[in-house]
Design a protein around this ligand. Structure first.
Ligand code: PLP
Length: 387
Protein backbone atom coordinates (compact mmCIF):
# COMPACT_ATOMS: atom_id res chain seq x y z
CA UNK A 1 0.00 0.00 0.00
CA UNK A 2 1.12 3.54 -0.75
CA UNK A 3 2.03 5.71 2.23
CA UNK A 4 -0.10 8.87 1.92
CA UNK A 5 2.36 11.05 3.86
CA UNK A 6 5.22 10.09 1.57
CA UNK A 7 3.22 11.36 -1.40
CA UNK A 8 2.01 14.53 0.32
CA UNK A 9 5.39 16.00 1.13
CA UNK A 10 6.60 16.05 -2.49
CA UNK A 11 7.12 19.35 -4.27
CA UNK A 12 6.76 18.07 -7.79
CA UNK A 13 8.86 19.94 -10.36
CA UNK A 14 9.35 17.18 -12.92
CA UNK A 15 6.42 17.97 -15.21
CA UNK A 16 8.60 17.79 -18.32
CA UNK A 17 9.09 14.09 -17.58
CA UNK A 18 5.44 13.52 -16.72
CA UNK A 19 2.76 15.70 -15.15
CA UNK A 20 1.60 14.94 -11.62
CA UNK A 21 -0.80 15.06 -9.91
CA UNK A 22 -3.45 14.59 -12.57
CA UNK A 23 -6.66 16.66 -12.51
CA UNK A 24 -9.44 14.81 -10.66
CA UNK A 25 -11.64 14.44 -13.80
CA UNK A 26 -8.79 12.49 -15.45
CA UNK A 27 -8.60 10.09 -12.50
CA UNK A 28 -12.38 9.77 -12.48
CA UNK A 29 -12.46 8.98 -16.20
CA UNK A 30 -9.85 6.21 -15.83
CA UNK A 31 -11.78 4.68 -12.94
CA UNK A 32 -15.04 5.00 -14.86
CA UNK A 33 -13.56 3.26 -17.92
CA UNK A 34 -12.36 0.37 -15.74
CA UNK A 35 -15.56 0.02 -13.76
CA UNK A 36 -18.32 0.92 -16.21
CA UNK A 37 -16.89 0.42 -19.69
CA UNK A 38 -14.72 -2.64 -19.32
CA UNK A 39 -15.51 -4.32 -22.66
CA UNK A 40 -13.22 -4.44 -25.69
CA UNK A 41 -14.03 -1.43 -27.92
CA UNK A 42 -14.84 -2.02 -31.58
CA UNK A 43 -15.19 -5.78 -31.12
CA UNK A 44 -18.20 -7.25 -29.32
CA UNK A 45 -21.64 -5.66 -29.49
CA UNK A 46 -22.64 -5.96 -25.83
CA UNK A 47 -23.27 -3.03 -23.53
CA UNK A 48 -19.81 -2.86 -21.94
CA UNK A 49 -18.03 -3.05 -25.30
CA UNK A 50 -20.25 -0.33 -26.76
CA UNK A 51 -19.59 1.84 -23.71
CA UNK A 52 -15.85 1.47 -24.29
CA UNK A 53 -16.28 2.34 -27.99
CA UNK A 54 -18.23 5.43 -27.01
CA UNK A 55 -15.51 6.57 -24.60
CA UNK A 56 -12.90 6.32 -27.34
CA UNK A 57 -15.08 8.13 -29.86
CA UNK A 58 -15.67 10.97 -27.38
CA UNK A 59 -12.00 11.15 -26.46
CA UNK A 60 -10.98 11.34 -30.13
CA UNK A 61 -13.50 14.10 -30.79
CA UNK A 62 -12.39 16.12 -27.75
CA UNK A 63 -8.65 15.67 -28.35
CA UNK A 64 -9.14 16.71 -31.99
CA UNK A 65 -11.08 19.82 -30.91
CA UNK A 66 -8.39 20.75 -28.39
CA UNK A 67 -5.67 20.44 -31.03
CA UNK A 68 -7.56 22.33 -33.75
CA UNK A 69 -8.09 19.25 -35.94
CA UNK A 70 -11.36 19.25 -37.90
CA UNK A 71 -11.42 15.59 -38.91
CA UNK A 72 -10.95 13.46 -35.80
CA UNK A 73 -10.00 10.47 -37.99
CA UNK A 74 -6.68 12.29 -38.44
CA UNK A 75 -5.94 11.63 -34.76
CA UNK A 76 -4.52 8.18 -33.98
CA UNK A 77 -4.13 7.05 -30.38
CA UNK A 78 -0.69 5.56 -29.90
CA UNK A 79 1.17 4.35 -26.78
CA UNK A 80 3.10 7.62 -26.52
CA UNK A 81 5.02 10.31 -28.35
CA UNK A 82 7.91 7.91 -28.98
CA UNK A 83 5.58 5.42 -30.67
CA UNK A 84 3.97 8.21 -32.74
CA UNK A 85 7.34 9.51 -33.91
CA UNK A 86 8.53 6.01 -34.82
CA UNK A 87 5.37 5.49 -36.84
CA UNK A 88 5.69 8.79 -38.71
CA UNK A 89 9.43 8.43 -39.37
CA UNK A 90 9.57 4.74 -40.27
CA UNK A 91 6.25 4.85 -42.08
CA UNK A 92 7.20 7.77 -44.34
CA UNK A 93 10.96 7.44 -44.92
CA UNK A 94 12.60 5.06 -47.38
CA UNK A 95 16.24 4.19 -48.18
CA UNK A 96 17.73 6.95 -50.30
CA UNK A 97 15.58 9.69 -48.72
CA UNK A 98 17.27 12.69 -47.19
CA UNK A 99 15.97 14.38 -44.03
CA UNK A 100 16.88 17.57 -42.18
CA UNK A 101 16.64 17.49 -38.42
CA UNK A 102 17.07 20.04 -35.61
CA UNK A 103 20.08 19.91 -33.30
CA UNK A 104 18.25 19.56 -29.98
CA UNK A 105 16.14 16.51 -30.76
CA UNK A 106 15.26 13.96 -28.11
CA UNK A 107 16.32 10.32 -28.49
CA UNK A 108 12.71 9.59 -29.55
CA UNK A 109 13.76 11.21 -32.85
CA UNK A 110 17.54 10.73 -32.81
CA UNK A 111 17.43 6.96 -32.29
CA UNK A 112 14.82 6.08 -34.95
CA UNK A 113 16.80 8.29 -37.34
CA UNK A 114 20.00 6.49 -36.36
CA UNK A 115 18.27 3.19 -37.17
CA UNK A 116 16.93 4.60 -40.45
CA UNK A 117 20.38 5.90 -41.39
CA UNK A 118 21.59 2.29 -41.27
CA UNK A 119 18.98 1.48 -43.96
CA UNK A 120 20.19 4.25 -46.26
CA UNK A 121 18.32 7.36 -45.11
CA UNK A 122 20.60 10.41 -45.18
CA UNK A 123 20.28 12.48 -42.00
CA UNK A 124 21.58 16.07 -42.06
CA UNK A 125 21.46 18.15 -38.87
CA UNK A 126 20.60 21.86 -38.96
CA UNK A 127 22.55 23.37 -36.08
CA UNK A 128 20.76 25.74 -33.69
CA UNK A 129 22.45 28.40 -31.55
CA UNK A 130 23.42 27.66 -27.95
CA UNK A 131 19.81 28.25 -26.85
CA UNK A 132 18.77 25.67 -29.46
CA UNK A 133 16.99 28.14 -31.74
CA UNK A 134 16.80 26.93 -35.33
CA UNK A 135 17.05 29.70 -37.92
CA UNK A 136 14.49 29.05 -40.69
CA UNK A 137 16.94 30.60 -43.20
CA UNK A 138 19.41 27.81 -42.37
CA UNK A 139 16.71 25.24 -43.07
CA UNK A 140 15.88 26.95 -46.35
CA UNK A 141 19.55 26.93 -47.39
CA UNK A 142 19.93 23.26 -46.43
CA UNK A 143 16.79 22.37 -48.40
CA UNK A 144 18.26 24.02 -51.49
CA UNK A 145 21.32 21.75 -51.33
CA UNK A 146 19.58 18.45 -52.16
CA UNK A 147 16.12 16.92 -52.58
CA UNK A 148 14.67 16.31 -49.11
CA UNK A 149 11.81 14.09 -48.01
CA UNK A 150 11.20 15.57 -44.55
CA UNK A 151 12.16 18.27 -42.10
CA UNK A 152 11.94 16.95 -38.54
CA UNK A 153 11.85 19.29 -35.60
CA UNK A 154 10.66 19.37 -32.03
CA UNK A 155 8.09 21.99 -31.12
CA UNK A 156 9.95 22.74 -27.91
CA UNK A 157 13.10 21.49 -26.21
CA UNK A 158 12.75 19.36 -23.09
CA UNK A 159 16.14 20.69 -21.90
CA UNK A 160 16.26 24.32 -23.01
CA UNK A 161 12.59 25.24 -23.18
CA UNK A 162 13.18 26.76 -26.61
CA UNK A 163 10.16 26.96 -28.90
CA UNK A 164 10.93 26.34 -32.57
CA UNK A 165 9.24 28.31 -35.37
CA UNK A 166 7.40 25.23 -36.62
CA UNK A 167 4.80 27.22 -38.58
CA UNK A 168 7.55 28.87 -40.65
CA UNK A 169 9.34 25.54 -41.02
CA UNK A 170 6.13 23.96 -42.37
CA UNK A 171 5.91 26.63 -45.10
CA UNK A 172 9.58 26.28 -45.99
CA UNK A 173 9.43 22.47 -46.03
CA UNK A 174 6.32 22.43 -48.20
CA UNK A 175 7.83 24.84 -50.70
CA UNK A 176 10.64 22.33 -51.15
CA UNK A 177 8.18 19.43 -51.44
CA UNK A 178 9.15 18.00 -48.03
CA UNK A 179 7.04 16.90 -45.08
CA UNK A 180 7.29 18.63 -41.71
CA UNK A 181 7.27 16.08 -38.87
CA UNK A 182 7.02 17.61 -35.39
CA UNK A 183 7.90 16.12 -32.01
CA UNK A 184 5.28 17.84 -29.88
CA UNK A 185 6.05 16.09 -26.59
CA UNK A 186 6.79 19.39 -24.85
CA UNK A 187 4.44 21.49 -26.95
CA UNK A 188 1.01 19.89 -26.54
CA UNK A 189 -0.79 21.28 -23.50
CA UNK A 190 1.90 23.84 -22.68
CA UNK A 191 1.26 25.71 -25.95
CA UNK A 192 -2.13 26.50 -27.38
CA UNK A 193 -2.31 24.44 -30.56
CA UNK A 194 -4.11 24.75 -33.85
CA UNK A 195 -2.53 21.93 -35.81
CA UNK A 196 -4.47 22.75 -38.97
CA UNK A 197 -3.10 26.31 -39.00
CA UNK A 198 0.37 25.14 -37.94
CA UNK A 199 0.67 23.13 -41.13
CA UNK A 200 2.68 20.16 -39.84
CA UNK A 201 2.18 16.94 -41.78
CA UNK A 202 2.68 14.81 -38.69
CA UNK A 203 2.62 15.94 -35.06
CA UNK A 204 3.28 13.45 -32.26
CA UNK A 205 2.50 14.23 -28.63
CA UNK A 206 2.67 12.52 -25.26
CA UNK A 207 -0.65 12.30 -23.46
CA UNK A 208 0.97 12.29 -20.03
CA UNK A 209 3.00 15.51 -20.00
CA UNK A 210 1.42 18.93 -20.61
CA UNK A 211 -1.77 17.28 -21.85
CA UNK A 212 -2.31 16.01 -18.27
CA UNK A 213 -3.51 12.54 -19.27
CA UNK A 214 -2.33 9.17 -17.97
CA UNK A 215 0.91 7.49 -19.03
CA UNK A 216 0.78 4.91 -21.82
CA UNK A 217 -1.23 6.94 -24.31
CA UNK A 218 -0.25 9.56 -26.86
CA UNK A 219 -1.46 11.14 -30.05
CA UNK A 220 -0.26 11.07 -33.62
CA UNK A 221 -1.90 13.68 -35.83
CA UNK A 222 -1.52 13.03 -39.54
CA UNK A 223 -2.70 15.68 -41.97
CA UNK A 224 -5.17 14.54 -44.62
CA UNK A 225 -3.20 13.07 -47.50
CA UNK A 226 -0.27 11.96 -45.32
CA UNK A 227 -0.33 8.17 -45.15
CA UNK A 228 2.67 6.52 -43.49
CA UNK A 229 2.82 2.76 -43.79
CA UNK A 230 1.59 1.26 -40.51
CA UNK A 231 4.23 -0.44 -38.35
CA UNK A 232 1.83 -2.95 -36.79
CA UNK A 233 -0.80 -5.10 -38.43
CA UNK A 234 -3.52 -6.89 -36.53
CA UNK A 235 -7.07 -6.92 -35.28
CA UNK A 236 -9.30 -3.90 -35.32
CA UNK A 237 -12.87 -5.12 -35.39
CA UNK A 238 -13.74 -4.34 -39.01
CA UNK A 239 -13.20 -6.45 -42.18
CA UNK A 240 -11.92 -9.36 -40.10
CA UNK A 241 -11.94 -11.70 -43.13
CA UNK A 242 -9.45 -9.60 -45.06
CA UNK A 243 -5.77 -10.59 -44.60
CA UNK A 244 -4.67 -7.06 -45.46
CA UNK A 245 -4.56 -4.33 -42.81
CA UNK A 246 -7.35 -1.81 -43.37
CA UNK A 247 -6.29 1.52 -44.88
CA UNK A 248 -9.11 3.44 -43.21
CA UNK A 249 -8.10 5.92 -40.53
CA UNK A 250 -7.53 5.81 -37.65
CA UNK A 251 -7.94 1.97 -37.55
CA UNK A 252 -4.94 1.50 -39.82
CA UNK A 253 -2.67 2.82 -37.07
CA UNK A 254 -4.45 1.30 -34.07
CA UNK A 255 -4.18 -2.49 -34.50
CA UNK A 256 -4.89 -4.47 -31.34
CA UNK A 257 -6.86 -3.70 -28.19
CA UNK A 258 -6.37 -0.05 -27.27
CA UNK A 259 -5.54 1.44 -23.88
CA UNK A 260 -9.18 2.32 -23.20
CA UNK A 261 -8.69 3.61 -19.62
CA UNK A 262 -5.75 5.74 -20.77
CA UNK A 263 -7.64 7.11 -23.76
CA UNK A 264 -10.67 7.88 -21.57
CA UNK A 265 -8.35 9.73 -19.18
CA UNK A 266 -6.81 11.65 -22.06
CA UNK A 267 -10.27 12.60 -23.31
CA UNK A 268 -11.12 13.99 -19.87
CA UNK A 269 -7.79 15.82 -19.83
CA UNK A 270 -8.62 17.39 -23.21
CA UNK A 271 -11.95 18.64 -21.86
CA UNK A 272 -10.21 19.93 -18.73
CA UNK A 273 -7.63 21.79 -20.83
CA UNK A 274 -10.29 23.19 -23.15
CA UNK A 275 -11.89 24.81 -20.08
CA UNK A 276 -8.77 25.72 -18.08
CA UNK A 277 -5.82 25.64 -20.48
CA UNK A 278 -5.44 29.40 -20.96
CA UNK A 279 -5.25 30.01 -17.21
CA UNK A 280 -2.88 27.06 -16.68
CA UNK A 281 -0.56 28.25 -19.45
CA UNK A 282 -0.52 31.85 -18.16
CA UNK A 283 0.43 30.61 -14.68
CA UNK A 284 3.11 28.29 -16.12
CA UNK A 285 4.62 31.23 -18.01
CA UNK A 286 4.59 33.47 -14.94
CA UNK A 287 6.19 30.87 -12.67
CA UNK A 288 8.78 29.88 -15.28
CA UNK A 289 9.90 33.45 -15.61
CA UNK A 290 10.01 33.88 -11.84
CA UNK A 291 12.11 30.73 -11.41
CA UNK A 292 14.48 31.68 -14.22
CA UNK A 293 15.04 35.19 -12.86
CA UNK A 294 15.59 34.00 -9.30
CA UNK A 295 17.98 31.21 -10.30
CA UNK A 296 20.03 33.74 -12.32
CA UNK A 297 20.82 35.51 -9.06
CA UNK A 298 22.56 32.46 -7.56
CA UNK A 299 26.34 32.71 -7.95
CA UNK A 300 28.02 30.03 -10.09
CA UNK A 301 24.81 28.97 -11.87
CA UNK A 302 24.27 29.05 -15.60
CA UNK A 303 20.61 28.96 -16.64
CA UNK A 304 20.22 27.32 -20.05
CA UNK A 305 17.99 28.28 -22.96
CA UNK A 306 16.58 31.60 -24.11
CA UNK A 307 16.32 34.56 -21.70
CA UNK A 308 13.15 34.92 -19.61
CA UNK A 309 11.67 37.65 -21.80
CA UNK A 310 11.50 35.19 -24.70
CA UNK A 311 8.54 32.84 -24.84
CA UNK A 312 9.46 29.30 -23.80
CA UNK A 313 7.81 26.17 -22.45
CA UNK A 314 7.92 25.72 -18.66
CA UNK A 315 11.31 24.05 -18.42
CA UNK A 316 14.31 25.65 -16.70
CA UNK A 317 17.66 23.82 -16.69
CA UNK A 318 20.77 24.85 -14.76
CA UNK A 319 24.42 23.89 -14.45
CA UNK A 320 26.70 24.89 -11.59
CA UNK A 321 30.40 25.58 -12.06
CA UNK A 322 31.40 23.22 -9.20
CA UNK A 323 28.52 20.99 -8.06
CA UNK A 324 27.20 18.18 -10.28
CA UNK A 325 23.55 18.25 -11.32
CA UNK A 326 23.06 14.72 -9.93
CA UNK A 327 24.29 15.86 -6.54
CA UNK A 328 21.96 18.88 -6.50
CA UNK A 329 18.99 16.72 -7.54
CA UNK A 330 19.77 14.20 -4.81
CA UNK A 331 19.97 16.91 -2.14
CA UNK A 332 16.79 18.62 -3.33
CA UNK A 333 14.93 15.33 -3.09
CA UNK A 334 16.38 13.95 0.14
CA UNK A 335 16.50 17.19 2.14
CA UNK A 336 13.60 19.17 0.72
CA UNK A 337 11.30 16.65 -0.98
CA UNK A 338 11.67 18.42 -4.33
CA UNK A 339 11.36 16.18 -7.41
CA UNK A 340 13.48 17.31 -10.39
CA UNK A 341 15.50 15.54 -13.08
CA UNK A 342 19.26 15.61 -13.59
CA UNK A 343 21.43 14.22 -16.38
CA UNK A 344 21.03 14.26 -20.15
CA UNK A 345 17.21 14.04 -20.21
CA UNK A 346 17.31 11.53 -23.12
CA UNK A 347 18.50 14.47 -25.22
CA UNK A 348 22.29 14.32 -25.65
CA UNK A 349 22.03 16.46 -28.82
CA UNK A 350 20.42 19.30 -26.85
CA UNK A 351 23.24 19.17 -24.31
CA UNK A 352 25.87 19.20 -27.06
CA UNK A 353 24.12 22.25 -28.54
CA UNK A 354 24.06 23.97 -25.13
CA UNK A 355 27.68 23.03 -24.32
CA UNK A 356 26.70 20.74 -21.44
CA UNK A 357 27.27 17.37 -23.11
CA UNK A 358 29.87 16.16 -20.63
CA UNK A 359 27.96 16.79 -17.44
CA UNK A 360 24.30 17.25 -18.23
CA UNK A 361 22.13 19.64 -16.25
CA UNK A 362 19.47 19.87 -13.58
CA UNK A 363 15.98 20.49 -14.93
CA UNK A 364 12.98 22.02 -13.21
CA UNK A 365 9.76 21.21 -15.03
CA UNK A 366 6.77 23.40 -14.17
CA UNK A 367 3.16 22.50 -14.89
CA UNK A 368 -0.42 22.32 -13.69
CA UNK A 369 -0.68 22.60 -9.90
CA UNK A 370 2.73 24.19 -9.25
CA UNK A 371 2.47 27.25 -7.01
CA UNK A 372 4.57 30.32 -6.34
CA UNK A 373 5.55 28.89 -2.96
CA UNK A 374 6.87 25.75 -4.73
CA UNK A 375 9.10 28.03 -6.82
CA UNK A 376 10.26 29.94 -3.74
CA UNK A 377 11.08 26.66 -1.97
CA UNK A 378 12.98 25.39 -5.03
CA UNK A 379 15.08 28.56 -5.21
CA UNK A 380 15.76 28.63 -1.45
CA UNK A 381 16.66 24.94 -1.42
CA UNK A 382 18.97 25.26 -4.45
CA UNK A 383 20.70 28.19 -2.77
CA UNK A 384 21.20 26.16 0.42
CA UNK A 385 22.46 23.07 -1.41
CA UNK A 386 25.04 25.20 -3.24
CA UNK A 387 26.05 27.28 -0.22
N1 PLP B 1 10.33 14.16 -27.24
C1 PLP B 1 10.60 14.99 -26.24
C2 PLP B 1 11.09 16.38 -26.54
C3 PLP B 1 10.42 14.57 -24.92
O1 PLP B 1 10.67 15.40 -23.91
C4 PLP B 1 9.94 13.25 -24.68
C5 PLP B 1 9.78 12.75 -23.30
O2 PLP B 1 10.55 13.06 -22.43
C6 PLP B 1 9.66 12.43 -25.77
C7 PLP B 1 9.86 12.92 -27.04
C8 PLP B 1 9.14 11.05 -25.59
O3 PLP B 1 7.88 11.05 -25.01
P1 PLP B 1 7.22 9.71 -24.42
O4 PLP B 1 8.20 9.22 -23.37
O5 PLP B 1 5.96 10.18 -23.84
O6 PLP B 1 7.08 8.75 -25.52
Amino acid sequence: MREPHAVKRITYLDHAATSWPKPQPVIDAVVMALTEAGGNPGRSAHTLALAASRLILEARTDVAALLGVQDSRNIAFVPGCTAGLNLALKGLLRPGDRVLVGSTEHNAVARPLHALAATGVRVDVVQGDDAGRIDPDDVERALAEAPTRAVICQHASNVLGTIQPVGDLADIAHEAGAYLIVDGAQGAGHLKLDLTALGADAYAASGHKGMLGPQGVGVLYLASGVHPTELTQGGGGSNAGDPVQTDSRPDRYEAGTPNTPGIAGLGAAARFLAANGDAIRAEERRLTRLLYEQLLEIRGLRVLGPPPAEERVPVVSIVHDRVDADRIAFELDSRFGIAVRAGLHCAPWAHTTAGTAGRGALRFGIGYGVTESDIELAVRATREVLA
